[in-house]
Write a protein that binds this ligand. Sequence first.
Ligand code: PLP
Length: 377
Amino acid sequence: MQFDDIIDRTPSYAYKWEKYKGQDILPMWIADTEFRCAEPILDRLKERTEHGLLGYTLPAHHSGANQAVVDWLARQYDWQISSDWIVWTPGVVPAFNVACKALCQPGDKVMVQTPNYPPLLAAPKLNDLVKVEIATVEEAGRWTIDFTELEKQAADPKCKLFIVCNPMNPVGSVLTAEELQRIADICLSNNVSLCSDEIHCDIILDEQVKHLPAGKMPDFKGQAITLMAASKTFNVAGLGTSFAIIEDPKIRRKFSVAAQGMVPWVTVLGLAATQAAFTQCDEWHQQFLRYLRGNRDYLVAEIAKIQGLKLLTPQATFLAWIDASGLGVDNPQAHFESLGVGPSPGVDFGDKNFVRINFGCPRSQLERAITLIKNGC
Ligand SMILES: Cc1ncc(COP(=O)(O)O)c(C=O)c1O
């Protein structure tokens, strides 16, 4: 199975491996995978470069990539969109920062879940806005949003935007239709806009769980901003290509105006890769999910055997949010690194007692990490 292959990424300056260069630490942090891209993506990129000209292409003119997104959303989520609703962005991070700028005035409040992806936590302040943290709580063995707090904070007239992360990074929960309905009810009754970071939505590991894109919910009347990309699933994050789906033309225009002059077009290679990923890689995608599911189940079972560590089974993503408070160490990140494993520090996401382990890697690498952790715990 190709997902078992160990590929040396050091010649490619991969950030994940650069961080621990020269140290005997297995990098399991930043959210890209160790898997070779599906061959149709690589073929498409070769074809595109062999054409020999890499000048400007307006993303809206790339009908192949736009149609690929339209068809993918119809196939995966039964969401019928028009290609006009797509706004290409060179990453989801610029997109949620653009949403802040488009939908808020300086001094307004923006709600974000915690723990959360660090650039998402940073977005309000970068845009002269006030961050309001909504806690993530454990309910029946699964992480979810503290809805009581969401309701309370949304009622503040200064609160203008909720940036939701679904599937949730780092905890791996997928919001249910009922939870999304609650979010819609709270946002709509308080005039709070919704921007939904769904970059991990194509990595649903629980077979009975379905992802519901925020923009598909009729209550929002097309005004929610949904952010997606092929980047995490198909391991093309280095191509800096993602897209926002915005049905409402006024919100779409506000978003595009806020991006003007600051946010470049996506690259010709990113468009080509997205098109190939969404049209020719279904079989690879299914194998990837099967492999990750195996990794997740292995990791959950092994962590359960280690005293002092706790992991609630993630429903999606290749990220495991591990509670290390039971170890009784001051700095879990330093502790894991001393054992030879390099996770993401929980403190960056909002909880210093946790670490986040990326299990998007060959099983043998994951087994090695578990052995190292077990040796030291
Ligand atoms: C929730 C979330 N949003 C956004 C990103 C990054 O998006 P991009 O590289 O497209 O800017 C990540 C990467 O880890 C992420 O986990």
